[in-house]
Design a protein around this ligand. Structure first.
Ligand SMILES: Nc1nc2c(c(=O)[nH]1)N[C@H]1C(S)=C(S)[C@@H](COP(=O)(O)O)O[C@H]1N2
Ligand SMILES: [Mo]
Length: 420
């Protein structure tokens, strides 16, 4: 028998699926609408493998769990210009819901991952403040905390699309973004504690990695929703994410989310570090550059079915993907399955957090013909994710950061998906 609705591997390999008992079977039988796309049911046989497993005592207990050995999900690594620089992209197409598992969070770094002993780590807050402070990790954890779900996205994410080098799967085209429940102390709590002087306008945040990467944030943002975070999805930050302490700057380009945070310097102007003077500026057609373009604007991408995957024939498929906006909540996602001739509202998973991933889903029946599919989203400011052409008209072709154009996937008649 063959229940093609049951799972990805079954869909891809056309194998039988384990039907463990009749209650599972009747559950699927009540869902006639979907089953109609499958083949008819044959004789019910318990797979050999299942019988073996039920007699086994199972594996030993573990203090800290790993995925099933059958799961081979992994980040995609890209070497940077210098030995310890580079990034790892999140395999968006292999994930469910809105939370990125910590072990699969994308990584970007200039000077490798420092291994820091939290017992010796301190945060210095100084500059235009009434009372400079040095805080240990234990002292930080005594302060009032928050847990909030936010995405972090590298400014360069999907930039290759901008310059006409589209990537063939969601990891490579859009994988420099992840979404996490972060826990920590609001930066406003710390700045209130040290007391800001009247001239305080900017806060330089500096990391303890070898390059001492630093970024300046305007005081308005610093006093708004920025988190000095030590928690990631219910446990301590991963070393790659800045253990033991990082800045989470909701909705703003990834680079401002300074990792391995050890210093906050309150200033009356931006520090003009390398990252804000040379990098992360967008050169415009008229020769001037956009600077301090912090906000990551509304973007979305279909993650299934998407480039690199294969449909096993016409019939029912759920289209699903992710949408996010650095300006606030996503309020609407639309999907086109006919090259943009028509758009339909996708369902959005609740609850919808601000400056966080939204999982969208839409039922769809493929008729087997070649087509292109895409998603587009709107955020609470009314802003719609633009087409690539609109971005090029506005900003030219030189700058590849902050690209948020609509992403198309092409479905070929043999079921294969590529970029469009
Ligand atoms: N100290 C420090 N902070 C840093 C970086 C770095 O190299 N050093 N990389 C930045 C960049 S470019 C990005 S996109 C984000 C990525 O955060 P993640 O690695 O947790 O995904 O961290 C930012 N914070
Ligand atoms: Mo980045």
């Amino acid at each position: 028998m063959r229940l093609r609705f049951l799972g990805k591997s079954a869909v891809e390999e056309g194998e039988s699926d384990p039907i463990r008992d009749l209650s599972t079977l009747s559950h699927f039988l009540t869902r006639r609408r979907f089953l109609e796309m499958g083949t008819t049911l044959g004789v019910l046989v318990l797979p050999q493998g299942d019988r073996d497993v039920s007699r086994d005592l199972g594996m030993p207990r573990r203090g800290y769990g790993d995925p099933s050995p059958f799961e081979k999900v992994s980040r995609y690594f890209k070497q940077g210009e210098y030995p310890a620089s580079g990034g790892s992209a999140t395999p968006l197409q292999d994930l469910y819901g809105i939370i990125t598992p910590s072990a699969l969070h994308f990584v970007y770094m200039r000077a490798g991952v420092p291994i820091i002993d939290p017992a010796r780590h301190q945060l210095l807050i100084h500059g235009l403040v009434d009372k400079p402070l040095v805080l240990t990790m234990n002292e930080l954890k005594r302060l009032p905390s928050v847990s909030r779900v936010h995405f972090i996205e590298c400014a360069g994410n999907s930039g290759a699309e901008h310059i006409g080098q589209p990537r063939d799967n969601p990891t490579r085209s859009h994988g420099l973004v992840s979404c996490t429940e972060w826990t920590g102390v609001l930066l406003s709590t710390l700045l209130t504690e040290v007391g800001l002087k009247l001239e305080a306008r900017w806060v330089l945040a500096e990391g303890a990695d070898a390059c001492r990467m630093g970024r300046s944030l305007p005081i308005e943002k610093a006093m708004d929703d920025v988190i000095v975070a030590y928690g990631q999805n219910g446990e301590a930050l991963r070393p790659e994410q800045g253990y033991p302490l990082r800045l989470v700057v909701p909705g703003w380009e990834g680079n401002t989310n300074v990792k391995w945070l050890h210093r906050l310097h309150v200033l009356d102007q931006p520090a003009m570090t390398r990252e804000e003077a040379a990098s992360y500026t967008d050169l415009l057609p008229d020769g001037t550059a956009r600077r301090f373009s912090f906000v990551m604007e509304a973007k979305s991408v279909i993650t299934r079915p998407a480039g690199g995957q294969r449909l096993s024939g016409s019939g029912f498929y759920e289209i699903t993907g992710l949408a996010w906006s650095g300006r606030g909540r996503v309020v609407q996602v639309e999907v086109s399955t006919d090259g943009g001739n028509s758009w339909q509202k996708a369902e959005m998973q609740e609850p919808i957090h601000t400056k966080a991933f939204v999982r969208f889903r839409m039922p769809w029946t493929w008729d087997g013909s070649e087509t292109t599919i895409a998603s587009r989203c709107q955020d609470e400011t009314g802003y719609w994710q633009p087409m690539r052409e609109e971005i090029i008209t506005a900003r030219g072709m030189q700058a590849t950061d902050h690209y948020n154009g609509i992403k198309w996937w092409r479905i070929h008649t043999n079921g294969e998906l590529t970029h469009a």
